[in-house]
Every structure is written in C-alpha cells, then in structure tokens.
Ligand binder design. Structure first.
Ligand code: AMP
Length: 288
C-alpha cells in the first residue's frame, strides 16, 4: 500500500511508530516525472536496508533561477503515484509549495565553496534551494538513509557535505547514472528535446565515452582527458557551459596526472532552450 502525504507533520507522525519500532527509514527525493533513473534509487534504498521507503515528489521553486524551466517542468503526479505503487513504495510525500514554504518562510541552508563552482557558477542560488529543501525533507522523514543519483554528481557531494557539517544523522548514498540504450542519461528534461536535438544530445555521451576509452587505454593527463570529451560536446551542442575534470571527492580542478579512480569529468551544455548535464567517474563508471 502506498500512502500519499501532503505535509511534514503528518509524515513525521505517520512514521513515528515505525521509527520507534526501529525500522530503517529510507528517503528518495525527486521532482517527479519519474523514470528508470528514479526507480533505480528506490531499488538502491531497499538494498541499503530501507524497510519504510519514502519517495518525495516536489518541484522545488527555490532551486530554479530566473529564466529557468520551473513553469514548464513536467508535472505528472498521477503516473508518478502509479509508478510508486508498482515499485511498492510505502510513502509518497508530495507537499504543495505553500505547505513547504508557508507565508513568512525565511530560513535557508547554504553550503560554502563546493557550491560556487560548476553548476553553482551557472545557476546561482540553485544549491541553496536544493540544500534548503533537502534539509526540510530530512526533518520531515528523518531517514536513516537518503539516496541520490550521481547524474547530479555535484548535488550529491553538496548534500553529503551538508549532512556531515550539520551533524544530520543520515547516510547519504550516491548511485550510478541510468542511461537509455544509446547512452543518453535519463532525465525528466529529455522530453523537451525534438528529434534532431535528441540525436545531437548524444554528443555528451560520445564525448564522455571518448575520455573513458582514453582512460582505459592508460591516458592519465587531466587536460588530455578533458579535451577528448569536450570536442564532441562543442560540436553537437548550441552552447557549452563547461566540460571539466575534477577531483571526485572535493570537486577541485585537477592538473597533470590523475590518480586511479580520483577523477570525474562533468559537462553541461544547451540545445535550444534545454540544458543537459552528464558526467563520468573515470575508472569507476562504465559507459559501454
Ligand atoms: P530529479 O527528479 O531530476 O530532481 O532527480 C531526483 C533524483 O534522481 C536525483 O538524486 C537525481 O540525481 C536522480 N536522477 C535523475 N536522473 C537520473 C539518472 N538518469 N540516473 C540515476 N539517477 C538519476
């Protein structure tokens, strides 16, 4: 049975008995428009021991900047609920914006340096919106484990940082990217792409794959790896925000020789009005 809950107090109260009985509570935060990527996180939460699993569905206005796609972001609650029922999720937490941010709301959670680079540079305020809403979701569900996708690699690292810095008693888990058969990373935003853009979007995967092939052949020079990814992305996309190689833990820039398993290549680029992101953790992720 999947129960739908609309406010934090009700969710907390509903989970009190399970918590008191020592049940492992898992949380998978999403913005809905659920796809196999989201479902893989729910599956992973179970594998990490979740007995009572909460999926949150909330298109968080705080994490969208001006001119971004908040208005047109897909809202498909009925099909999402059906998917959660099928997946055997115990709780769906789907608050309205006014329940999440009632009149008078004025408290935010902000992680420092880690949020000022990459996505943070191109989406000012984005991570402040993410950390604020996830902190609230943690308060509402009080999970033992919260599961996130490495599709949003930086977001995962930022949320780990937040949980550590604020002594939040939750294990933050990051899971591999789920892709279409041809390699495109699943994303709720893929539905914005027309046919021609959908084909060009594969440039991201091709670029990251080229770097993987080079890495597997023994290439370890950071700039050479970065450049082998960026060529395809530059060719296929209308505008490229970044193709960067960073330390997979700290997200600091890497130069010279990279140590095994220490580097992640991250990219963000635009096709028309659609902005896509993707990444590969070299030596850890398999792209083919
Ligand atoms: P979203 O609904 O886009 O905010 O994403 C909710 C969660 O699903 C985040 O932790 C994302 O990183 C994760 N996610 C989105 N797409 C994928 C994917 N293709 N593979 C794995 N996780 C994903």
């Amino acid at each position: 049975m999947t129960e739908v809950v609309r406010d934090a107090a009700t969710l907390r109260a509903a989970l009190d008995a399970s918590r008191a009985a020592g049940a492992h509570i898992g949380l998978v935060p999403t913005m809905g428009a659920l796809h196999e990527g989201h479902l893989s996180l729910m599956h992973a939460a179970r594998e990490h021991g979740a007995e009572q699993l909460v999926a949150s569905i909330f298109v968080n206005p705080l994490q969208f900047g001006e001119g971004e796609d908040f208005e047109r972001y897909p809202r498909t609650l009925d099909t999402d609920l059906e998917a959660c029922r099928k997946a055997g999720i115990e709780w769906v937490y789907a608050p309205e914006a006014r329940a999440m941010y009632p009149a008078g709301f004025q408290t935010h959670v902000e992680v420092g340096e880690l949020t000022r680079t990459l996505e943070g540079r191109y989406r000012p305020g984005h991570f402040r919106g993410v950390t604020t809403v996830v902190a609230k979701l943690f308060q509402a569900a009080q999970p033992c484990t919260a599961v996130f996708g490495r599709k949003d690699f930086q977001q995962w690292r930022v949320l780990e940082r937040m949980a550590t810095d604020l002594d939040m008693p939750v294990r933050v888990v990051g899971c591999p990217i789920v892709r279409e058969e041809d390699g495109l990373a699943l994303s709720s935003r893929n539905r914005y792409l027309d046919e021609a853009q959908r084909r060009r979007a594969l440039g991201l995967h091709r670029g990251l794959s080229a770097a993987c092939v080079a890495y597997d052949a023994g290439e370890r020079d950071a700039e050479t790896l970065r450049a082998s990814a960026s060529a395809e992305v530059e060719t296929c996309f209308d505008r490229v925000d970044y193709v960067e190689i960073r330390d997979a833990e700290t997200l600091q820039p890497l130069r010279g020789e990279v140590a095994d398993g220490s580097a992640v290549l991250l990219a963000a680029a635009h096709l028309g009005d659609t902005r896509l992101i993707d990444n590969v953790w070299l030596g850890v992720d398999r792209l083919s």
